[in-house]
Design a protein around this ligand. Sequence first.
Ligand SMILES: Nc1ncnc2c1ncn2[C@@H]1O[C@H](COP(=O)(O)OP(=O)(O)O)[C@@H](O)[C@H]1O
Ligand SMILES: [Mg+2]
Ligand SMILES: [Zn+2]
Length: 575
Amino acid sequence: MRYSQMLVPTLREEPADAEVISHKLMLRAGMIRKLAAGIYTVLPLGVRVIHKVERIIREEMNRAGAQEVVMPCVLPADLWKESGRWDHYGKELLRIKDRHDRDYCFGPTHEEVITDLARREIRSYRQLPINLYQIQTKFRDEVRPRFGVMRAREFVMKDAYSFDADEAGAEQSYERMYDAYTRIFQRCGLRFRAVEADTGLIGGRFSHEFMVLADTGEDAIVSCGECAYAANIERAEIGDIAEATEEKPTKLERVQTPDKKSVEEVTAFLGIPPERLVKTIVFETEKGAMAALVRGDHEINEAKLRRHLGVTQLELAGDHVVADCTHAPKGFAGPVGLDLRIVADYALQGMRNVVTGANEPDTHLINVNVERDFQVDEFADIRLAQEGDPCPRCTGQLQISRGIEVGHIFKLGIKYSEAMGATYLDQEGNERSLIMGCYGIGVGRTAAAAIEQNHDENGIIFPLAIAPFHVLIVPVNNKDAQIMEAAEDLYQSLSEKGAEVILDDRDERPGVKFKDADIIGIPLRLTVGEKNLKQGKVEIKARGSGEVTLVDLQEVPERVMGMVSAWLKDSCFLE
Ligand SMILES: Nc1ncnc2c1ncn2[C@@H]1O[C@H](COP(=O)(O)OP(=O)(O)O)[C@@H](O)[C@H]1O
Ligand SMILES: [Mg+2]
Ligand SMILES: [Zn+2]
């Protein structure tokens, strides 16, 4: 490619409305432009990167035995009504009407469509297992689209769906996708970690998120410093720590705490550390209201509580519900005399003489003791993990880091096949529900995550496997015929050898060319300059390490091809 003929509108100045580095750099490198909130046009350089990511995904999905299909973007509401999601998906679902006033939506995900295909086309166990995937445009009307293509409203996803005859098969399909994802993100040159993710009511270990490690990541990852345990914060379990105390229960007392509601206010007022206070939080669920207890210095993990209760809806109770249940305004709820199901966090086991709300306005109780003063229905692991908490699998401690979710694999079971009647006939001729799994990768987000991990103050440093080009040739002076001839020759011979080359043939000052080279982050830069060329040499510079080597003009193609294939091998495990 010739730079002069390519649309690469690089920007010198910092884009004002970009919060994370990958978004800034994708704008500055002229890879993307915003059309509307969360809706982007991808420019030629960006397209090349996206295509590389897609190619790696396709190769690994095909290798894992999956087959590519393409499903529509615009989906009839009827299918979504069958699965029940037309009513439950909420505002993220972009609903549209056609000219006949019929309901459609722009697909945010394709379980319904694929299940419909499966129930029509799969009849017998002989057709199983089968895994179908697509790389296709999704729309989710996110409340807060941000970070460019990282959290967009319109975005490209690879989504795959597996169908199996039995649990063992479904587990195998899941493992196969786990391995394929590992290869995909390795080949993209990413530092990532697969972490256990919340499975909602399905339970078990059958959901993993592939997290690219980055401080700017939106997700918190909990991992053990000593064993392989790693989980999304929503999912992360905590090893049991409640130690029995020697403390003897003392006399229960009522104290006035006028207008003191928050943990900080109450503990400061009473002069106690936050861990001596027990928070009583009232939730509403489809099974009715309940109260959850956690220590003042801990936070409730709603995903864990939801799973423990076996409910799908769990919301903080509104003021009137709190008032009805506790006879006090919010901030003064407590477990003593409370007529609700009470679930307490494990850390409260054996706690003595704690402070709680008194279920009376402006009043707290001190020296509250479980069993003597109130009963707990169950103790459970219902709080958010914190740095230093004990590991649930070993004696190690948990650490918290941040990540970007680039992929998600999930065992669906028979949720959709049962709702939509997708069955097959087993060997004995019995009709059984297909067992499904679903597997997503955000294509644009993966490219953005790679930039988040690989850049410096001057611009992007693309991993070779997903770089828009392998090599950038910079002739420093377009007016110098010798320089231009050498640059053209290199361009020809490298292209013939299979390298992806861009020649900066623009009539610009060298400073401008070098600045752009740094911003767009092509892994290798060949500088053809007057002085070196007189000695028959060309400079090869690695964008990542900054290492510069002077190489004889004739040897350049071989040297460059050697570097390219060595790097490709490094991140790509093709045998
Ligand atoms: N708004 C978005 N913008 C870009 N990529 C997204 C977006 N939402 C999801 N993705 C990508 O698609 C993958 C599968 O999405 P999924 O797990 O269904 O979404 P979520 O985690 O938001 O429920 C995610 O791992 C992510 O890489
Ligand atoms: Mg997800
Ligand atoms: Zn551990």
